[in-house]
Write a protein that binds this ligand. Structure first.
Ligand code: PMP
Length: 433
């Protein structure tokens, strides 16, 4: 409310006299109006995240949340985590509670190299790793050091809403590139680059989630991977590979990340959020050596150093724990949940709806007939006791979307079946309208 609104809404019987209460409200409004002028242009570009909004709703009791991409923590040995945390404080004393180096501890960076080797990035050096506050902050650092306002970042359509918010905050022009069932389409990437370059645009980054894309669950086919990097390299565009779900492939070996054979052209972002705990807020970037210094200086300028205590806990916990076995168990849990969702969709959803069949990760992406806007359906879904994320959140273009994201990761098979059963009549009535 502006000061004029408040003044205009004054009760008539007060005449020209303001009550003390109205006076205070008026002063507050004037103050907030004054400060409004102080915001940077960047601040106005920071959008409210649909996922965070729905997250707040989804914690209401009784609702089944198919919204948030939360990892399942139910099989984490909490006692071992607690024991490790207390041992770290006893054994490391004040070091655990102090500032540390801006790159992160060497021990954690070495562990990160072992984790990446499991997925096919063999021989990475701890010297090229920066520990970050989750993968989210690695994206922020990349946008900060590479993008001027008006520069272009290419993204998959659809893509992770948190990355869209980050890029938009840096006043970047975010340009979608189409995907099919095999991920990003190389021909479309090439033609989009040609069009944008013809317009005189400076394209800095391709942000991609090649394995089990959030929100679609789609994976970039092995035979397309090198081609995507080559196209970008030919145009001097850096690839920002975001891979928090890569280790969570249900069956078989993970596909090697884009970074595996391209150490100079790809910044790789990893995370402990999906393989251990999002609450420790630890992730990492594996950065080409020639870019490393600027990357970690920018990281230092934001956080000084990642949490020393959490780095010690994660390092010691992973050293004491069969994390490979735990990951195998997690993959089985997510595979079971995914199957429950796919079966429930087949049983309850109308034939006009289609959906992806992911090989890993946390999400199924549902497409309803064109013309249906899934955003208003969310309100009906909440009435029916279930939440999802409407598709429009995951695309840089404004407008409506007939897609919706369903997360199977943080809910049991029973909850998934119940959630899909509750959602089905909402979808059916939209399709029949
Ligand atoms: N990237 C993607 C693709 C994600 O889905 C998420 C979390 N949902 C993140 C990054 C953020 O992860 P972190 O907790 O590591 O910041």
């Amino acid at each position: 409310m502006t000061s004029q609104d408040i003044a205009a809404s004054r009760p008539a019987e007060l005449g020209d006299e303001l009550t003390a209460e109205t006076q205070t409200a008026l002063e507050r409004a004037q103050a907030s109006h004054r400060h409004e002028a102080l915001f940077s242009e960047r601040a106005y570009n920071i959008k409210q995240s649909a996922v965070r909004d729905v997250f707040d709703i989804s914690i209401q009791p009784g609702l089944v949340s198919l919204a948030g991409g939360s990892p399942s923590l139910s099989k984490l040995p909490l006692e071992l985590v607690a024991e490790t945390a207390s041992r770290v404080i006893v054994e490391h004393g004040m070091e655990a509670l102090h500032y540390g180096g801006g790159k992160g501890t060497l021990a954690l960076r070495e562990l990160i190299c072992e984790i990446m080797a499991e997925e096919g990035i063999v021989g990475a050096s701890a010297e090229d790793v920066v520990v970050t506050t989750g993968s989210q902050s690695a994206q922020d650092i990349a946008a900060k050091i590479f993008c001027n306002p008006g520069d272009v970042v290419l993204v998959e359509d659809p893509t992770y809403v948190g990355a869209l918010n980050t890029f938009e905050a840096y006043q970047v022009q975010v340009e979608p590139v189409f995907m099919d069932d095999d991920g990003l389409i190389p021909e479309h990437l090439e033609s989009r680059i040609a069009e944008l370059e013809a317009e005189g645009k400076r394209i800095k980054l391709l942000y991609t989630i090649p394995s089990f894309n959030n929100p679609s669950g789609i994976t970039l086919a092995a035979e397309r991977r090198q081609r995507i990097v080559d196209i970008c390299s030919a145009h001097n565009i850096l690839v920002l590979e975001d891979n928090p779900y890569g280790m969570l492939r249900f069956d078989g070996h993970p596909l090697p990340p884009l970074r595996a054979d391209n150490p100079d052209d790809v910044i790789y972002c990893g995370s402990f959020s999906k393989i251990f705990s999002p609450g420790v807020r630890l992730g990492w970037a594996l950065v080409p050596r020639h870019l490393y210094r600027r990357f970690y200086l920018a990281a230092e300028a934001v956080v000084l150093c990642p949490s020393t205590l959490n780095q010690l806990i994660v390092t010691e916990f992973f050293r004491a724990f069969d994390w490979r076995g735990y990951l195998a168990e997690s993959r089985a849990t997510y595979a079971e949940r995914c199957s429950a969702m796919l079966e429930a969709l087949a049983e309850h959803f109308p034939p006009e709806a289609t959906w992806t069949t992911p090989d890993g990760g946390f999400f199924v992406w549902v497409t309803l007939p064109e013309g249906i806007d899934t955003y208003p359906l969310l309100y009906q879904a909440i009435e029916a006791g279930v939440v999802f994320i409407p598709g429009a959140a995951f695309t840089p273009s404004d407008g409506t979307s007939s897609k919706l994201r369903l997360a199977f990761s943080g809910v049991t098979p029973e909850q998934i079946r119940e959630g899909v059963r509750r959602l089905a009549p909402v979808v059916r009535s939209a399709v029949e309208a």
